[in-house]
Design a protein around this ligand. Structure first.
Ligand code: SF4
Length: 339
């Protein structure tokens, strides 16, 4: 990024023309007439947006601000009324924090939100992101406001190759290089709008992007592959034997040890589950294999069958009863071995 002020100029010009009209926003045209955002509305919107999308949050925001137009009104509300109004936004801990924060602002700060990141951060339930967003948007403090949308834009602009989440500090550092004391609130919102409407996750609309000429990821091709992500570790594969020992209509089951995978459940007797495929033991007939995928590994069980060869601790169980009681992996093996 050669010229920070040119990049800033392009994005702020774009924001002046394209800013989304949002119920909590004082847009760039209004800002120019001297209008200032209400910190209460900025804070409320940021808390709601951590929970849900802009279109879903908007009616909740309208309802809250009609019913409780100021933070002091919200602070005086009954807990139950706020919880009920929050229903549909999910995650009630946030509603509780919302009330605690409103009450702290009302009682400890005379109804006025602190105007610095540190002051905001000290309020109940206000994290680093919300503090930065409110400081920038409501108070025009040059705070570095970095959420997932902004991380995406920055990772593309600078073609950051480090995968997430390890890239987070680098992305925040690079985002900070673009923050100045000129229009910090508009800058934060311009980046948010770019991420939400143009530099979208799957198909960024680079043809419409005011920063296309400055975007390192676009220059390299495939900007949608940024931010890089750590490849998911491959699930290991294991092999084992499952013994189906028959005695008339009964099959030999065992109870698995109380701790560990399928702990305490009824099971077919098995070998250890190892990285290498086991040999079919003498005296047993191979009936085929079943596959099963657990959360942390996948498994191939070779099913072997014999008459009356259960272990000493076998629990001889009617086959229908066994089918009903066994976890899926063993039921599949039983079905394979029983014929
Ligand atoms: S050019 Fe494309 S990838 Fe780069 S910032 Fe703009 S929209 Fe995002």
């Amino acid at each position: 990024m050669d010229d920070v002020s040119a990049v800033r100029g392009k994005l702020l010009d774009w924001y002046d023309r394209q800013a989304r009209a949002l119920p909590w926003r004082v847009g760039p045209a209004e800002r120019r007439t001297g209008a200032r955002p209400d910190p209460y509305r900025v804070w409320l919107s940021e808390v709601m947006l951590q929970q849900t999308t802009t279109p879903h949050a908007a009616p909740y925001f309208e309802a809250f601000t009609v019913r409780w137009p100021t933070v002091t009104d919200l602070a005086a509300a009954a807990d139950g009324a706020v919880m009920a109004a929050w229903a549909g936004l999910g995650y009630y801990a946030r509603a509780r924090n919302l009330l605690a924060c409103a009450r702290a602002v009302a009682t400890q700060h005379g109804g006025a939100f602190p105007n610095t990141e540190n002051g905001l951060r000290a309020l109940p339930g206000v994290g680093a992101y919300t503090a930065a967003a409110v400081a920038a948007i409501a108070f025009d403090a040059p705070a570095n406001v970095v959420d997932g949308n902004v991380e995406r834009v920055i990772s593309r602009l600078f073609a950051v190759e480090t995968p997430l989440p390890a890239a987070k500090p680098e992305l925040a550092r690079r985002a900070a290089t673009l923050v100045t004391s000129e229009r910090p609130g508009d800058w934060a919102q311009a980046l948010m709008d770019l991420g939400a409407t143009v530099c979208t996750p799957r198909s960024p609309r680079c043809l419409l992007c005011p920063l296309a000429a400055d975007c390192a990821a676009l220059a390299k091709g495939a900007p949608e592959t940024y931010p890089r992500k750590t490849a998911k570790a491959e699930r290991p594969h294991r092999f084992g034997l499952a013994y189906v020992s028959r005695r008339g209509d009964q099959v030999a089951l065992v109870r698995r040890p109380p701790k560990g995978l399928l702990g305490g459940m009824l099971a077919l007797p098995t070998s250890d589950w190892a990285a290498a495929a086991p040999e079919i033991p003498g005296g047993w007939t191979h009936a085929g294999a079943v596959e099963h995928v657990f959360t942390h590994f996948s498994l191939t069980l070779q099913v072997v069958v014999a008459e009356n060869s259960g272990p000493d601790e076998a629990i001889w169980t009617e086959v229908d009863e066994a089918r009903a009681a066994l976890p899926t992996v063993f039921r599949k093996a039983l079905d394979r071995g029983w014929g």
